[in-house]
Design a protein around this ligand. Structure first.
Ligand SMILES: Cc1cc2nc3c(=O)[nH]c(=O)nc-3n(C[C@H](O)[C@H](O)[C@H](O)COP(=O)(O)OP(=O)(O)OC[C@H]3O[C@@H](n4cnc5c(N)ncnc54)[C@H](O)[C@@H]3O)c2cc1C
Length: 496
């Protein structure tokens, strides 16, 4: 039997790779983790989730300062933002979290961390900056990078991506965001709130293309009310730069051509998987433009080589990458066959209000040919929402025709946290009636989940048939007040 340097080698120190490294090392496997950047943590920590959510928070606070009057507070004249201070705060937050992902921590867990570019030499060995290292099992967890579509002139302008935008030293006066997906939309709202004039361009006719049009439309309406401009259904034809100003030209569906000029352009047009420098051919690993091909156990075309996280092109979220890392550890180290199951994978777009989802929405159910029943409840009817002046948005509970839950979407304040109740309920197979009967603290935004499940049952419980049955069996006397009596007594309000 060949003697390899390591039991398991992992290429990529982001969410997926770190999960595999920590699990494998703690289970006693001789583990090597290779990262090409100077620090562990991957895109999420350095150029993704962490900086974006830190920026969004600063933008939220600034927005609230500007709208203090709505809370019965004095009007405040807020000075303009010094973006370098926000960039410093972002760097500080990253530095704190970086400690959890330090080389030292992984060494203590038992994993060797090596910094450098890895490239396969064959299916068991990689070249690491001129040195050959071998492992019995390999895991490719190299993540993704901003996709750069072939827009004429784009390569001639000084555009921004998620790698540059969080370390700007000056707030741009104006920004064109190319792409109306989660990254583009989160950044568009945050920069607009900080004082940049933002325009979003997308070739689709709705933003956040995976979401139901009504929910995505509600996010767009909020952003428009805050001043963000949208050009949807528009194909980008070219980009150019003159005297530091960037111009983007697009063609709208009805045929007209529009040119926009701004200080900065953010390219957020999807993600390209990081496979190009790995020489996967040398290892016999097959891949497509959308990602490395894996089976349900995350094995590639070479069964001792696994792929996890963004690089396999599935759900490109940190929690998906972490989950897949865990599945790889089960299969590769524990040797317990485990398949991925994304039925109840949640996700959230951190606009304000947030849009969080789990399971199928109406669009996905329709595409799968499933008949649905949809129940909704608005934050405008939630007492905490009213107290906090957070009445925008709603919850949507999507059931099949037998009233089995297919999915839930929440558009509202802290929706990403509120969806967690559904993560537990749906994964645990909790009955809707249990959720409807469970005592929730008052007044909380989370009561909206209880209310929406209650609305599934109340038409049945408070039906005329039940009333009549109870009146018959227990001699109940029926209504003590009727709408006519209310009207005669002048008790009917203007809205009925
Ligand atoms: C702006 C933005 C905001 C986001 N916000 C969220 C969010 O709020 N929530 C969420 O769940 N997800 C979010 N994401 C997505 C999330 O960042 C990714 O899904 C996640 O980072 C994927 O983890 P990964 O381990 O697959 O890849 P990565 O985190 O990208 O890690 C891959 C690592 O591999 C290294 N690498 C690549 N090639 C080589 C090589 N040849 N040799 C050695 N090392 C190599 C890279 O340097 C990198 O460190 C966001 C992404 C962006 C861009």
């Amino acid at each position: 039997m060949p003697d390899y340097d390591y039991d398991i080698g992992i290429i990529g120190g982001g969410a997926a790779g770190l999960t595999v490294a920590s699990g494998a090392a703690q289970l006693g496997a001789k583990t090597l983790l290779i990262e090409k950047e100077p620090a562990l943590g991957g895109d999420c920590l350095h150029h993704g989730c962490v900086p974006s959510k830190t920026l969004i928070r600063s933008a939220h606070v600034y927005h609230q300062m500007k709208h203090a009057e709505g809370f019965g507070l004095p009007k405040v004249e807020v000075p303009p933002v010094d973006f370098s201070r926000i960039a410093r705060r972002i760097a500080d937050v990253i530095a704190v979290i970086q400690k959890h992902d330090s080389e030292e921590r992984f060494c203590k867990l038992g994993a060797k961390v090596a910094f450098g570019d890895a490239r396969f030499k064959d299916d068991h060995a990689v070249d690491l900056d001129g040195k050959t290292v071998s492992a019995k099992t390999w895991v490719v967890a190299t993540g993704s990078s901003p996709a750069l579509p072939p827009i004429p002139g784009l390569d001639t302008i000084d555009y921004l991506t998620n790698r540059e935008i969080f370390s700007l030293q000056k707030l741009p006066d104006s920004l064109i965001v190319l792409g109306g997906g989660p990254i583009g939309i989160e950044m568009a709202q945050a920069f607009n709130r900080l004082g940049t004039a933002v325009t979003v361009v997308d070739r689709a006719d709705q933003i956040l293309g995976k979401e139901d049009p009504d929910m995505a439309g509600a996010v767009q309406a909020v952003m428009e009310s805050e001043g963000v401009h949208f050009y949807l259904d528009a194909s980008i034809e070219g980009a150019s730069e003159a005297a530091g100003k960037k111009t983007v030209t697009m063609k709208q569906r009805e045929g007209s051509t529009v040119s926009l000029t701004a200080d900065a352009v953010l390219v957020a047009m999807g993600r390209a998987v990081n496979v190009q420098d790995l020489d996967l051919e040398a290892a016999g690993v097959t891949y497509e433009r959308t990602g490395i091909l894996v089976n349900a156990r995350l094995r590639t075309s070479r069964k001792h080589i696994y792929a996890a996280g963004d690089v396999s092109g599935g759900y490109q979220f940190t929690h998906a990458a972490g989950y897949e890392g865990g599945v790889v550890v089960s299969n590769a180290v524990f040797r317990l066959p485990r398949k991925v199951d994304y039925t109840w994978l949640p996700w959230c777009t951190y606009t304000d209000p947030e849009l969080a989802s789990i399971g199928m929405n109406e669009r996905a159910a329709a595409e799968a040919g499933i008949e649905t029943r949809v129940w909704t409840e608005a934050f405008a009817d939630n007492d905490r929402g009213l107290a906090e002046r957070r009445t925008e948005g709603r919850i949507k509970l999507v059931l099949d025709k037998k009233e089995k839950p297919l999915g839930v979407q929440i558009l509202g304040p802290r929706a990403g946290d509120l969806i967690s109740e559904w993560v537990a309920a749906l994964n645990g197979g909790v009955k809707l009636s249990t959720l409807a009967a469970a005592i929730h603290p008052y007044p909380t935004l989370g009561e909206i989940s209880k209310r929406v499940t209650g609305s599934v049952f109340s038409p049945k419980i408070f039906s005329e048939t039940v009333q009549k049955g109870l009146q018959f069996f227990f001699n109940l006397k029926g209504r003590a007040c009727t709408p006519e009596v209310c009207e005669d007594a002048g008790l009917v309000s203007e809205d009925g």
